[in-house]
Design a protein around this ligand. Structure first.
Ligand code: ADP
Length: 502
């Protein structure tokens, strides 16, 4: 058995490689940002070749930094930005056009058209998703309809489609493996999450040739070996997962009812719903968490578009904060937000409101409001949005337990380092917040999935042993204060919605 696992974390703005030892300690890492292209308003593209080259660059850099070779690496796990769509020529390995990034809105009108035609229910029932330009399906259709000759070539079996993990595995194995894992497949809006296969009805109404789609596989298994030109010798690729599902796995949310929250630019909450998908009545998405040892775990997912981004805005636009981490001390300089609420609806509101017209606003400002109150209100808004998502999840679970069914949330992402924010989240959601020592749960999840396939880890119990807790936050706020605070927040949200919808 080799000593380490290599995790490749292919994110929206950078490619990273992290090499882990068995205890989950970082042995080496390297990171490279790549270019974002905005060719038209609302369009976002990546160069798939640059994604490939930066990812291989950082992998080699991480090895070289510690004088490691392919022999030191037991296996590779890949985690990636989800939904981003690549189509390439099977013979040349060259993409037919830039990758269409998950954020790209070019197919918004087409997605609206699908809704108008009444496809919403069938898509939700089969894929667990709401029809939206965000998912891969309409992006793939756009490429087939707009790139010269693409449809003919695809129908002749000459083009391949993939999300980013598919693309990387195909390149790394010299074109031998064309696979996608269940977690990534479940974000394409083409995958039947109950039957675990591409859905023929959806493919038909979107007019997508099935032969260009990758083979769906479990998240842990043998997906091929790297060609020797990359690392001097072969390394097996044995773990794959979309970033949020990888984080759920990395946070060891293995049991039904386990929840993780990632506090990044946006926030992402995932609830493990066990062996059954839960259909949301509250605008959340049902998705596959992972397939492992012949069994599938499902999850409910909700996200807030603006989380840490609110802090970036205070820092870069308003300039009342110097560094993101200073917000903690600033918030603690005042006893409360003093009735000030911030609704960070910069780009509308996501679940459970789904209001694209709502806009950001501060409420309750008086002559006594200081920048510390503003900062505190911004941090609190991050927690309030997550609280709304947690309540939506409980409602979907049909939870009737006094005090709620979700008792604990495991946290990661840059802003989870903010102790004030974590305590406030615990207070306002009346849950225990658990922060682990290693909050790099996304790459860790990919490493765990890879290690489980080769026997580097015997079982998930072996992984759980690995995790050490940094800090647990327990709720301290009185029920009455909590009720009052939440009532104020919901009034502020209603006002922000009213302002945007005229
Ligand atoms: P992403 O992966 O989405 O780029 P990260 O997980 O790196 O995001 O988290 C960074 C985000 O968290 C930034 O938006 C930043 O403003 C915010 N952030 C980082 N540290 C803190 C902190 N101590 N308090 C509040 N926000 C923070």
């Amino acid at each position: 058995m080799s000593k380490y696992i290599m995790a490749l974390d292919q994110g929206t703005t950078s490619s990273r490689c992290i090499i882990y030892d068995k205890s989950g300690r970082i042995v080496s890492d390297a990171q490279s940002e790549f270019k974002q292209y905005f060719p038209h308003e609302g369009w976002v593209e990546h160069d798939a070749m640059e994604i490939w080259s930066t990812q291989m660059g950082v992998a080699n850099e991480a090895l070289l930094k510690r004088n490691l070779t392919y022999r030191d690496i037991e296996a590779i796990g890949i985690t990636n930005q989800r939904e981003t769509t690549v189509v390439w020529d099977k013979d040349t390995g060259v993409p037919v056009c830039p990758a269409i990034v998950w954020q790209c809105r070019r197919t918004a009108d087409y997605a609206a058209e699908l809704k108008e035609k009444g496809y919403e229910k069938v898509v939700r029932d089969k894929t667990g998703l709401i029809i939206d330009a965000y998912f891969s399906a309409t992006k793939l259709k756009w490429i087939l309809d707009h790139v010269d000759g693409a449809r003919e070539k695809a129908e002749a079996g000459k083009l391949l489609f993939g999300t980013i993990e598919t693309w990387l595995v195909w390149k790394m194995t010299g074109g031998r493996s064309h696979v996608t894992d269940y977690s990534n497949a479940s974000r394409t809006m083409l995958f039947n999450i109950h039957e675990l296969k591409w859905d023929d009805d959806i493919l038909e109404f979107l007019d997508i040739p099935k032969q260009m789609l990758p083979e769906p596989v479990e998240n842990s298994g043998n997906f091929g070996y790297t060609i020797k030109e990359l690392f001097g010798g072969p390394i097996p690729i044995t773990g794959l997962a979309g970033d949020q599902q990888a984080a759920l796995f990395g946070e060891t949310c293995f049991d039904e009812g386990d929840v993780k929250c990632t506090y990044g630019t946006g926030s992402f909450l995932l609830l493990n719903t066990g062996k059954q998908p839960v259909v949301s009545q509250n605008g959340l998405l049902s998705t596959i968490a992972w397939g492992l040892n012949g069994e599938v775990n499902y999850a409910l997912e909700g996200s807030a578009f603006v989380c840490g981004a609110a802090i970036q805005w205070l820092r870069d636009q308003l300039r009342i904060v110097r560094r993101a981490k200073d917000t903690e001390a600033m918030a603690l300089k005042v006893k409360s937000s003093d009735g000030v609420y911030f609704v960070p609806a910069f780009v509308g509101l996501g679940a459970p409101y789904w209001d694209p017209e709502a806009r950001g606003a501060f409420f309750g400002i008086t002559r006594g409001t200081s920048k510390n109150h503003i900062v505190r209100a911004a941090l609190e808004s991050m927690a309030y949005q997550n609280e709304d998502l947690l309540r939506a999840m409980e409602s979907d679970l049909k939870c009737s337990k006094e005090g709620g069914c979700i008792e604990r949330v495991k946290v990661d992402g840059g802003a989870c380092r903010n102790d004030f924010l974590m305590q406030f989240q615990s207070d306002i959601s009346h849950v225990e917040i658990v922060r682990h020592d290693n909050i790099e749960s996304t790459s860790l999840g990919a490493a765990y999935l890879a290690g489980l396939a080769t026997g580097y880890y015997d079982s998930i119990e072996d992984i759980v042993k690995n995790k050490s807790v940094d800090r647990v936050f327990e709720p301290e706020m009185s029920t009455e204060d909590r009720k009052k605070a939440l009532e104020g927040w919901h009034r502020a949200v209603s006002a922000a919605k009213a302002f945007g919808n005229v």
